[in-house]
Design a binder for this molecule. Structure first.
Ligand code: G1P
Length: 299
């Protein structure tokens, strides 16, 4: 029997040290991508795929996240009094988006540990995990496709992206077998952040997962792996072997637009790409960018 999936888990307890000092007092998930915090894109993606129950796994310093998805009475009243309905709508966008829940991670023991903290909230149902560093273009419906595959195969699903072999060490890498669907592969093995020489392929796991609840029991017994952290990748490796009837792991191969906001350079690229694409500032930004780029020295 398959369930209609309604729950999304968003780990957001990282320290964001790559963006210091901007993240000294503010969570990295609140960094604006054009004019919206990165985390709002991710919650919007979950909601667009029908996942309206969102659990954020947060940590210290994360009050701004809760505030962003809550009402802000004074600001609302001021905008209302001014009759500024456009700005008021922008304020309310994130308030009305989803049914938000929060749990703290406590010890920062890794992504697998963060996901395990969702166990009580999720219960015995399949659920999605969305990592905040990846923004998937709203026009490319990756998560919807993954939810469909989960229902059809009764397995756990990861999102895979073919990357340059020189950057596979930044990701979980999957060993795969073809299925009769060109966009879906069976995952036979997974390695967290392997060196290029030992990577099983250049299929990188990107930050979207649809998991069966059996993952919790497996995570509980998953020892610390790469970096001394409890790795979700390691638990999925166990599930790929279809232990205890977990249904195995399949990968949906993503060929759409993804913006990485996880490090400084990629973050800047993401802001430029998304801004250039927007109807409000794109028409002014694009010609300026071309002119600016023409004057740049590439070395
Ligand atoms: C995490 C996962 C990794 C995955 C990546 C995707 O790593 O552990 O398997 O490929 O997200 O963004 P992180 O980038 O959080 O270190």
């Amino acid at each position: 029997m398959t369930h209609r999936i309604t729950k999304a888990v968003i780990p957001a307890a990282g320290l964001g040290t790559r963006f210091l000092p901007a993240t000294k007092a503010m969570p990295k998930e609140m960094l604006p991508v054009v004019d919206k915090p990165a985390i709002q894109y991710v919650v919007e993606e979950a909601v667009d795929a029908g996942l309206t129950d969102v659990l954020m796994v947060t940590g210290r310093n994360k009050n701004a996240l809760e505030n962003h998805f809550d009402r802000v009475a004074e600001l609302e009243a001021t905008l209302e009094a001014k009759g500024d309905t456009a700005k008021l709508a922008k304020v309310n966008e994130s308030t009305d988006l989803a049914d938000m829940h929060y749990v703290r991670q406590g010890d920062p023991l890794g992504l697998g540990h963060a996901v395990l903290r969702a166990r009580m909230h999720v219960g015995n149902e399949p659920f999605a995990v969305l990592l905040g560093d990846d923004i998937i273009d709203a026009r490319d419906t990756l998560l919807t496709r993954m939810l469909e595959e989960q229902g059809a195969r009764n397995a756990s699903i990861v999102a895979l992206l073919e990357v340059d072999p020189d950057s596979i060490h930044l990701y979980g890498a999957a060993a795969v077998e073809a299925t009769d669907d060109p966009d879906v592969v069976r995952v036979t093995g997974l390695v967290e952040k392997p060196a290029k020489e030992v990577a099983p392929s250049n299929y990188a796991v990107i930050g979207r997962y649809v998991l069966k609840p059996e993952v919790f029991g497996i995570l509980e017994h998953t020892p610390p792996g790469k970096g001394g952290e409890i790795q979700l990748t390691d638990a999925l490796m166990t599930m790929a072997g279809d232990v205890e009837g977990t249904g195995g792991v399949y990968g949906v191969v993503f060929r759409g637009r993804r913006y990485d906001t996880g490090d400084k350079l990629d973050y800047i690229k993401a802001v430029i790409q998304l801004a250039a694409d927007r109807d409000d500032i794109g028409p002014d930004l694009r010609p300026w960018l071309v002119e600016y780029a023409a004057g740049l020295d590439t070395v």
